[in-house]
Design a binder for this molecule. Structure first.
Ligand code: AMP
Ligand code: ZN
Ligand code: ZN
Length: 414
């Protein structure tokens, strides 16, 4: 009888303790974490527009590229997915912020509350948080485009659905909270995203005092993170990678290409407007193309498959039969829209989306921490190479991508 009681109590305890041991064996110790931070629309020269004592701490003791060269189109989602996957938009599927997919017969659009953004079927390349999770490590995301979607069956261990109203300080607090986790829960990759400089750049333009105020606010926010890391004595033990998705160019009220002066808007579906237009004609493509092609020196017009090779923008079903690309500072619109209330309320100080060859479209790259050289400033690099670099730092195997380590290895310590 006594033995039976022992068996009933001791065997289960033994199983629990065994299973703990097994779990501890399986548990992979987190690597030195990467905190990947995006400041949306933070142009390469914004550091020089005002005093930025906190950015300076990272730059002076870390590595910096002259600029980060974005991919075409220089829009938010295509570029954020490129940064985390190492693929050109035509290879990761997010070829614009607004798209139509002829197989799904559905539209994709970004913004808070967007349903398609949360639907993993739109994403065709592996984001670094998926690579991290697949490797048995943990990723946690305090916002990043598509980090709230289930992609290839994976989600970050912890993530938040996008909500632009979450205070900057609370985003930093969350990151610090994750770093306070015990080893078995602690993330090896954290992402952080801020739309602040993009919002002000659109509204007031890249050179406005209001935009400089937004740079100061981002510097303050970075100071909070640095302070929190220093208080924990881990500032030198984490790798901070600070990037932006693109820059910002001034737009002008009188630099507008009106499509309805050139074509009948009933003859096309305009999937995306400006500064990169995407048209699906419902009449003969050539007829629409001929009317547009030499209609303005400020507008380049391409049939699908004919955009310059350096833009890597020819091979995806979401690229439509006609692509329009406005020259820097120019916008594509319609007379109808210009006379509506929407336009009166819309952004008009600056925009992005233009050819990445324009310097104004370049963003930033700064690396600070044990992986990065101290006080090194290198040449501009393309954002397609950051995925490989992050995988190298985390010692994980990268998925297929368009990037390489060739141009980023120079920023890393031997
Ligand atoms: P853009 O229109 O290219 O300037 O993109 C910037 C905007 O993207 C932000 O103001 C947000 O509204 C939106 N955005 C950024 N991150 C996300 C996200 N994770 N989910 C949905 N929308 C987002
Ligand atoms: Zn952006
Ligand atoms: Zn923007």
């Amino acid at each position: 009888m006594k033995y039976n009681v022992l068996i009933i109590f001791i065997i289960p305890l033994f199983i629990i303790s065994c299973s703990r041991d097994i779990k501890d064996d399986v548990f992979k110790k987190p690597t030195t974490p990467i905190i990947l931070i995006s400041m949306d629309g933070f142009r390469w020269d914004y550091f020089d527009k005002t005093k930025t004592p906190n950015f300076d701490i990272l730059i002076n003791n870390g590595s910096k590229a002259e600029s980060l060269i974005p991919v075409f189109p220089t829009k938010t989602f295509p570029n954020h997915i490129t940064i985390v996957s190492g693929n050109y938009p035509q290879n990761h599927g997010i070829i614009a912020n607004r798209m139509y997919d002829p197989i799904f017969d559905e539209d994709y659009y970004i913004g808070q509350g967007s349903k398609p953004v949360l639907d993993g079927k739109w994403y065709e390349a592996e984001p670094v948080w998926v690579t991290v999770e697949k490797s048995g490590l943990k990723a946690m995301t305090m916002f990043w485009p598509a980090s709230d979607a289930k992609i290839m069956g994976y989600r970050p261990t912890e993530f938040f659905e996008y909500d632009g109203s979450v205070k900057h300080d609370d985003r930093i607090r969350q990151v610090l909270k994750w770093l306070d986790y015990p080893d078995h829960k602690r993330p090896s990759l954290i992402t952080l995203y801020f739309s602040h400089t993009d919002t002000y750049g659109h509204k007031y333009g890249p050179n406005a005092k209001e935009t400089i105020g937004a740079i100061v606010e981002m510097d303050r926010t970075m100071g909070l993170l640095i302070e929190g890391l220093k208080q924990r004595n881990i500032f030198e033990d984490v790798n901070i990678i600070l990037v932006s998705d693109h820059g910002m160019a001034e737009t002008h009220e009188d630099s507008v290409i009106f499509l309805d002066d050139r074509i009948n808007l009933d003859d096309v579906r305009v999937v995306d407007w400006t500064p990169v237009g995407s048209l699906i004609p419902n009449i003969n493509i050539e007829l629409v193309y001929d009317k547009l092609k030499n209609s303005s020196p400020m507008l380049d017009v391409y049939k699908k498959g004919e955009t310059p090779e350096r833009l890597y923008y020819n091979n995806h079903r979401r690229i439509q039969p006609i692509t329009l690309i406005a020259k820097e500072h120019w916008s594509i619109s319609s007379r109808e829209y210009y006379s509506s209330d929407d336009h009166a309320q819309g952004y008009n100080g600056g925009t992005h989306g233009y050819d990445p060859a324009y310097r104004s479209m370049h963003g930033i790259f700064v690396g600070h921490g044990p992986a990065f050289k101290n006080g090194y400033v290198g040449k501009s690099i393309s954002s397609i190479h950051l995925y490989e670099m992050m995988c190298k730092i985390l010692k994980i195997k990268p998925a297929t991508n368009d990037g390489s380590l060739d141009s980023t290895i120079i920023f890393l310590k031997k």
